[in-house]
Design a binder for this molecule. Structure first.
Ligand SMILES: Nc1ncnc2c1ncn2[C@@H]1O[C@H](COP(=O)(O)OP(=O)(O)O)[C@@H](O)[C@H]1O
Ligand SMILES: [Mg+2]
Length: 375
């Protein structure tokens, strides 16, 4: 059996981890725009709470990171509270981790050294309550001496005071600048941290803070009505393809040109080239064949079903007549409209390829065939 030694721990919530912005963001323009508008309001002094919801892996964290990149927020203006499945029952765990990181508490150092770090840290916090060092000391299990005059509150009062103190610490932005509190995976928060987050959301109106919460749709913060919601839906087919192409390009290196869905202009130019080439071929003196667009579609689909995809020029390979070329081109346009095929191009002037696709439920029906027997 192989044994492993733990060398170091990756800090949860460290924004530099996890391949930040590994691939360019695809889609999500409207969502980014909405977040940027919220940020503008925050900068004008009106705090905002926004919740991004959606299934796992849909891109909630990615959207949050994109916003941070776009507004160029410095690390010390960002508070990340990262919830995790294994700490759902550890009260205030994400907050404790955040404070330890921020203060520079180290597990391999004596408790007294860490306690004095805490006191130095709190001495720099403006308007810090005199009780704060003791309360936070208890939270972090550090020996901060009680002032002689202090009376011990009961457990419930202690909980309340600690909560208020934590809310104040988290919600006082560095140098009074606009700041971001990012709560990652709200659905996994322990109840005490969820309470702190809801307290921040309730009182956020006059603080220059954006409270950004990511959560699966099933477990949303319900405390305050003032939370703006951004539900994330799955990316459109073309965006997925684009993303997959970016991923392949990333692995393959710079010389890979991703395939993008062609626009009509490129399609017309490609067709013009086909017609030009046909002109150069020797004329065949046969009576022109009357080929209907419908028949041509049947022929092309039959050919595509053997191969799944073919080159644009291949569509015209068996046609010599100009009229046949035009019918073939019209057939292609109709197949695109009926969502029977998709047409992609590598780079701006690269080869165009036609792919057979499984017809989506919302595809239009052929004119004169409302039942949609084809495809
Ligand atoms: N729109 C997108 N464009 C590019 N990459 C994306 C996009 N959405 C998600 N990703 C990538 O997919 C992965 C999962 O996204 P993530 O934000 O971690 O999901 P969630 O937080 O919703 O579970 C990440 O690697 C992320 O960079
Ligand atoms: Mg996430």
């Amino acid at each position: 059996m192989e044994a492993f030694q733990v060398l170091s721990e990756l800090l949860e919530g460290d924004l530099a981890q996890g391949g930040r912005n590994a691939l360019p963001l695809v889609g999500r323009d409207a969502e980014i725009e909405e977040l940027l508008q919220a940020w503008e309001r925050v900068k004008a002094g009106r705090g905002q709470s926004v919740q991004i919801t959606g299934e796992p892996g849909i891109g909630k964290s990615r959207l949050a990171l994109e916003l941070i990149d776009k507004i160029g927020l410095r690390d010390d203006s960002i508070v990340v509270l990262q919830a995790s499945a294994q700490h759902q029952n550890a009260p205030l765990h994400p907050i404790i981790r955040r404070l330890e990181q921020r203060i520079g508490i180290r597990a391999d150092e004596a408790a007294e050294v860490n306690a004095s770090r805490l006191c130095e840290f709190l001495a720099r916090v403006p308007e810090c309550d005199p009780e704060t060092p003791v309360l936070i000391g208890q939270l972090l299990a550090l020996p901060v001496p009680q002032p002689a005059t202090a009376t011990l509150p009961d457990a419930q009062e202690l909980r309340r005071k600690t909560r208020e103190c934590v809310v104040q610490l988290l919600a006082s932005p560095a140098n009074g600048d606009a700041g971001l509190i990012l709560v990652e995976d709200f659905h996994w928060l322990d109840p005490s941290t969820a309470e702190v987050v809801e307290r921040i959301a309730t009182g956020i109106g006059d603080a220059p803070i954006l409270l950004l919460i990511t959560s699966r749709a099933s477990a949303a913060a319900n405390g305050s009505a003032n939370i703006r919601r951004i539900p994330l839906h799955r990316l459109a087919d073309a965006d997925c393809r684009n993303l997959a192409d970016c991923a392949v390009a990333d692995i393959a290196g710079d010389d890979y040109e991703p395939e993008l869905e062609v626009d009509l202009f490129s399609l017309m130019s490609a067709f013009q080239a086909v017609v030009q080439r046909a002109r150069l071929r020797p004329k065949v003196l046969l009576p022109p064949e009357q080929l209907s667009v419908d028949t041509r579609i049947e022929q092309l689909l039959a050919r595509l079903s053997e191969t799944e995809a073919c080159g644009f020029d291949d569509l015209f390979a068996d046609i010599a007549e100009r009229s046949g070329l035009i019918v073939t081109f019209l057939a292609l346009l109709e197949m695109i409209r009926l969502k029977l095929v998709r047409v992609f191009q590598s780079g701006s002037f690269g080869p165009i390829r036609v792919y057979k696709r499984s017809r989506p439920a919302d595809a239009p029906h052929p004119i004169g065939d409302p039942e949609g027997h084809r495809g």
